[in-house]
Design a protein around this ligand. Structure first.
Ligand SMILES: Nc1ncnc2c1ncn2[C@@H]1O[C@H](COP(=O)(O)OP(=O)(O)OP(=O)(O)O)[C@@H](O)[C@H]1O
Ligand SMILES: [Mg+2]
Length: 296
């Protein structure tokens, strides 16, 4: 693992803010991505996760704060500029051409040709072979790289996209909820490739709702809540239980219970509610491995 204190991060955002008109989608958000590490960004719907990665990916610009790549201040005008610096993004709704073979999708937009000038043609043999070996290097064993990519499962398609980014020299790999639409087994497969990418020295940004997906693979955890950081931890600073409790809204409940206690000085009914909430907070943080919270 990299030396957290001395190494310059691949990506560093400091105190970033992003507004959409009057809406403050992000404020006071800082994040680091290091080579050979996975930085997880967690948060509920509307927390600002996609906004954050759009800044990193060059799709949006931050309105305040700084964005550095390998120690150098940057301001990307387009995703192309971010890609040129080795920052690749895999979106959940992958842009693939379903009926085209896997190898064709692997090289989509970067086709390899042989021969020169008007007589050049696609080097199909090279692209087939390369796709096969690159996927194998990531531990993906496809029977046939000629099969249409549409016949692969959602998890396998995510894996192909990850392998592709690795092959084309990405240093930073951003994954927006790659496990969200997947069952347990498929999610496990994608998590394995996240670890593979990290082992190959990439810095990975992994966006997810699910602390049980984030914790096993993450080195850093940024939790967002309505555009603000709710916590920023390295792996040795937080337990899985605490991460889960934070995601389950433990912190908000705690705050609510404090507020109610203040008001309860003059109202015994409120006092009771505050006590119940406090109890719930205590349970949330003490539970070894909280099951899904029942719907209220
Ligand atoms: N283009 C936009 N114009 C106006 N408001 C926006 C825009 N994009 C996002 N927002 C707002 O910014 C906030 C953060 O949105 P964002 O998409 O970053 O959240 P998210 O954490 O990715 O949520 P989800 O888990 O639902 O994908 C939300 O309140 C959203 O409504
Ligand atoms: Mg989103």
């Amino acid at each position: 693992m990299s030396d957290i204190l001395t190494e310059t991060p691949l990506v560093r955002l400091t105190d970033c803010e992003k507004r959409y008109g009057n809406i403050i989608a992000l404020t006071g958000v800082s994040l680091e991505v290091h080579a050979g590490e996975v930085t997880c960004v967690l948060g509920d719907n509307g927390a600002g996760k996609s906004t954050l990665i759009k800044i990193i990916a060059g799709m949006h610009q931050n309105d305040a704060g700084t964005y550095e790549v390998e120690g150098e201040r940057v301001r990307f005008a387009s995703p192309r500029e971010a890609l040129d610096r080795g920052i690749a993004t895999v979106y959940q709704d992958l842009a693939v051409v379903s009926l085209m073979p896997v190898w064709r999708n692997f090289f989509l937009g970067s086709e390899v040709r042989k021969g020169a000038g008007p007589l050049s043609r696609l080097d199909i043999g090279f692209m087939r072979r390369t796709t096969k070996t690159e996927l194998a290097n990531m531990g993906i064993d496809l029977r046939d790289v000629d099969q249409p990519i549409g016949t692969l499962s959602g998890g396998e398609r995510q894996c192909v996209a990850i392998a592709r980014a690795v092959y084309f020299g990405a240093k930073v790999l951003i994954l927006d909820e790659p496990t969200a639409a997947l069952g347990v087994k498929q999610a496990g497969v994608v998590l394995r490739y996240i670890v593979r990418a990290k082992e190959r020295g990439l810095g990975v940004v992994f966006i997810t709702h699910n602390p049980h997906h984030a914790y096993p693979v993450g080195d850093r955890f940024l939790i967002l809540n309505r555009g603000r950081p709710l916590g920023d931890y390295t792996r040795d600073e937080i337990t899985r239980e605490r991460l889960t409790a934070l995601m389950a809204g433990g912190e908000e409940l705690e705050q609510l219970s404090h507020e109610l206690q203040g008001a309860a000085a003059t109202d015994t009914e409120l006092g009771k509610v505050a006590q119940e909430l406090e109890h719930e907070v205590a349970e949330l943080s003490a539970r070894p491995m909280p099951p899904e919270r029942p719907a209220p």
